[in-house]
Design a protein around this ligand. Structure first.
Ligand code: SAM
Length: 359
């Protein structure tokens, strides 16, 4: 379901695809390079400093081992992405100079590893219950199986990340589609959802790239096993899919969905109004939009990107102006996002949670 509108788009799409594959492949040398720079600096210091830095040196060695382990996971994530999308064939074989990953791509590889912990490890359980449980509870309240067979309830999760929320909804019997446009997320969710069998069969070390605000070496090199449940354990009749592509381009058909569940998503738009308008359009009349998250406005500080940043009060006006009726609302919902719980610096969002109905 990747957009594929013409020859130019096709070339751009292939280059983009290649750039993301390259970013994953570059992870190892990029990370080892960073360690080598620190090691070289230590070696240049007076020898009595070097003696005092003995544990630090061996810590860098341990980080190197973690990077190697992460790279094994990355190799699995990218193993057969060339055939991931039915309508576009990609050549994932070579690293072409034209499509070198950017610094931001490399950060995204690292955040993909953290996202695995958020969505698919026991270590992410607390974070997930704060973010996903209020949404799931609301779905169950609005669509009790006694009223209508769950598989008839069509639920869309735009900006699905690594797919755990959509998976949990499908696990409860609803028909659920996750939508995602980031290839980082799509490659990794494809690996977890389609290639992992069994429980805690892999291990990832996502905090090795955090060089600051660390209390102990063990905090930095600790790993998380995944997946915490077997992704292939969905009941055979479960209706679950992941659709690739831009939410605004993929979902154009009016009155299609009974429920749209957004988690940490609506602030990913250049123009939040277009997200809300699309959500309204594609919901059936009587359908509900359930949202939880902050207003981080992802494009706010990105050079060359358009962005508007209405406050939550203004977002409420937009929601109601478009025609929604706000039925429930809570502010100050304590949530975190891919939080390193052992870091000396932590972020916590006072998220908003709301439920709106299309009359
Ligand atoms: C902050 S993440 C949240 C992921 C997930 N919902 C969670 O709570 O872990 C937002 C996700 O939305 C995706 N996204 C942003 N804009 C999108 C768009 N226009 N269409 C599809 N996905 C989009 C991003 O790639 C990212 O994975």
């Amino acid at each position: 379901m990747m957009g594929n509108n013409g020859p130019t788009d096709d070339v751009e799409e292939k280059e983009h695809f290649q750039r993301i594959v390259n970013a994953f492949r570059y992870y190892r040398s990029f990370s080892l390079q960073r360690l080598a720079t620190s090691e070289a600096y230590v070696s240049s210091l007076p020898s009595h400093h070097q003696t005092l830095l003995t544990s630090y040196r061996s810590h860098l060695e341990d980080i190197r081992t973690c990077v190697e382990h992460n790279y094994e996971i990355i190799k699995l994530i990218t193993a057969d992405v060339a055939t991931l999308f039915e309508n576009v064939k990609h050549d994932a074989g070579q690293v072409k100079s034209k499509v070198h990953p950017t610094m931001s791509d490399m950060e995204k590889v690292q955040s993909t590893l953290k996202q695995i912990v958020r969505d698919w490890s026991k270590d992410g359980e607390e974070e997930r219950s704060a973010c996903y449980n209020p949404i799931i509870e609301e779905i169950e309240l609005n669509f009790p199986p006694a009223q209508r067979p769950s598989e008839q309830v069509q639920i869309l999760v735009p900006g699905a990340g690594l797919g755990r929320l959509a998976f949990e909804i499908a696990k409860r019997g609803y028909s659920c589609q996750g939508n995602e446009f980031s290839l980082f997320m799509l490659f990794a969710s494809n690996f977890v959802l389609n290639k992992c069998q069994g429980v805690e069969t892999f291990r990832v070390y996502p905090w090795t790239q955090q060089f600051v605000n660390t209390l102990s070496a063990a905090d930095v090199t600790r790993g998380s096993s995944f997946p915490d449940l077997d992704p292939s354990s969905l009941p055979r009749h479960a209706q679950f899919s992941m659709a690739a592509g831009d939410f605004l381009e993929v979902y154009t058909e009016a009155s299609t969905w009974d429920c749209i569940a957004t988690c940490f998503f609506i602030d990913c738009a250049n123009n939040i109004v277009s997200f809300i308008e699309t959500i309204y359009k594609i919901l059936k009349s009587g359908g509900v939009w359930i949202n939880l998250g902050p207003l981080l406005y992802h494009y706010s500080d990105i050079p060359g990107e358009n962005s508007i940043e209405p406050t939550y009060e203004m977002v409420r006006e937009i929601i109601q102006g478009i025609g929604f009726v706000i039925e429930k609302e809570r502010t100050g919902v304590k949530t975190t996002y891919s939080q390193n719980v052992r870091s000396m610096l932590k972020y916590e969002y006072d998220s908003v949670f709301f439920v709106c109905r299309k009359p």
